[in-house]
Design a protein around this ligand. Structure first.
Ligand code: FE2
Length: 398
């Protein structure tokens, strides 16, 4: 019997010796195997929300000048959400001019002893908007899932770009996560996380099963997609008009309540005006912008005829209090500068409105808007992806 047991043990040992040692998987390379796109630095209020889509369960934090900021929810550092958001004070990042993303890929998430790969880091340069003149902005709207053509259009400014504005309908709709990624493919690809970006939702981004989850994947103010922002001498307000037809339109199939949403936004606008001394009336604000996907005005033969009382009130509040320099819009798939009193201005628009996005007939064509701000005026150029200028205008500031 003893001999049998010995033989069995020997066989076991032999088998074990012949098996190759269990290979430990190589850690994922950071950032290329962890981040789906470069990061995007969104301006919200007096903060930046540094956001980036990740491919796997990852702990991501950000170091600025020796201080660490986390993507945490009520004390729990996020590992599962596919887009990470790390909120940092603008003043800190503007002063440091660089930030370091710190990554630990999670290999085992448990209630106890969660395991991660080793810490990896990458530092990104950041160029805050510090100049007060000759500011170069590019606005993209209505890209409708295009990535290359709008990216090529923005290259008109090459390294001189100071601020990128994504002004809605960047995706065709939000029925899947890949459409949400369009924001990051465009903005991450253009900026590499090195200059600020302003984001505003378009009406197409209220459509589809993932639309209700957009605040998880997009910059926002406590869940709200309308907010004020600062970028250097620019103060701006992002207004979100929601959908472009009445809530009971058959197209929406009972899935929207934009009327209540707009009323809440009216209250927010009134609060911003009441707080003007800390918003647009500070000494360092030189330019006041409105960013809204939908221009609340007529276009040619198509009347703008929903929620007229609400939009008339928005126009009055903005015109009489904020006195904006420019309102930047898309939505109409056309390129046009519309001054107050124009035939399209039926509600008393608060300032000159630039409607500036024209997706082409194919996915390879796109025209966006290049804006140069000086203390006297704004030069508007409608720029095709081939860099052909399709229209130009100069708006004098009073
Ligand atoms: Fe639109």
């Amino acid at each position: 019997m003893k001999k049998v047991i010995c033989l069995f043990i020997c066989l076991l040992c032999l088998c074990h010796a012949q098996q190759p040692a269990a290979q430990k998987p190589e850690p994922k390379k950071f950032p290329e195997e962890v981040l789906q796109t470069p990061p995007v630095v969104f301006a919200i209020g007096h903060d930046y929300q540094i956001m980036v889509p990740v491919v796997t369960e990852t702990l991501l934090s950000c170091e600025i000048n020796g201080k660490t900021y986390y993507d945490a929810n009520n004390g729990v550092i996020c590992t599962a959400t596919p887009v990470r958001r790390i909120t940092v004070p603008q003043a800190e990042l503007d002063a440091a001019k660089e930030y370091t993303l710190c990554c630990r890929v999670v290999t085992k998430r448990g209630e106890y002893y969660t395991k991660t790969e080793p810490l990896q880091k990458k530092t990104y340069k950041f160029r805050p908007l510090e100049k007060t003149d000759n500011i170069k902005i590019f606005m993209l709207a209505d890209t409708h899932n295009r990535v290359k053509a709008p990216t090529d259009a923005v290259k008109y400014y090459d390294k001189e770009l100071d601020l990128l504005i994504l002004n809605g309908d960047i995706s065709e709709g939000l029925s899947n996560y890949n459409n949400i990624l369009t924001n990051y493919k465009i903005a991450g690809g253009i900026t590499n996380g090195e200059i600020p970006v302003v984001y505003s939702r378009g009406n197409h981004e209220l459509r589809g099963a993932m639309a209700e989850q957009l605040p998880l994947y997009a910059p926002n103010r406590d869940g709200n997609l309308y907010y004020t922002f600062r970028v250097g001498p620019i103060w701006g307000i992002v207004l979100d008009c929601g959908e472009d037809k009445d809530d009971d339109h058959a197209e929406y199939g009972h899935t929207v309540d934009c009327h209540s949403f707009r009323l809440k936004e009216t209250e927010y606008l009134k609060n911003v005006i009441a707080n003007a001394a800390n918003e647009y009336n500070t000494a360092d604000v030189k330019y006041r912008l409105i960013v809204s996907h939908t221009p609340f005005m007529h276009i040619n033969e198509k009347p703008f005829d929903i929620e007229l009382d609400i939009y008339r009130e928005w126009c009055k509040l903005l015109r009489e209090n904020v006195k904006p320099h420019l309102m930047l819009c898309g939505h109409f798939h056309t390129i046009r500068v519309v001054r107050p009193g124009h035939a399209w201005d039926h509600l008393g628009q608060p300032c000159t409105v630039v409607v500036g996005s024209r997706p082409g007939k194919t996915m390879d064509e796109y025209t966006g808007t290049a804006i140069e701000l000086t203390e006297k005026n704004a030069t508007i150029r409608f720029v095709h992806n081939t860099h052909k200028i399709e229209g130009e205008d100069v708006i004098e500031f009073k």
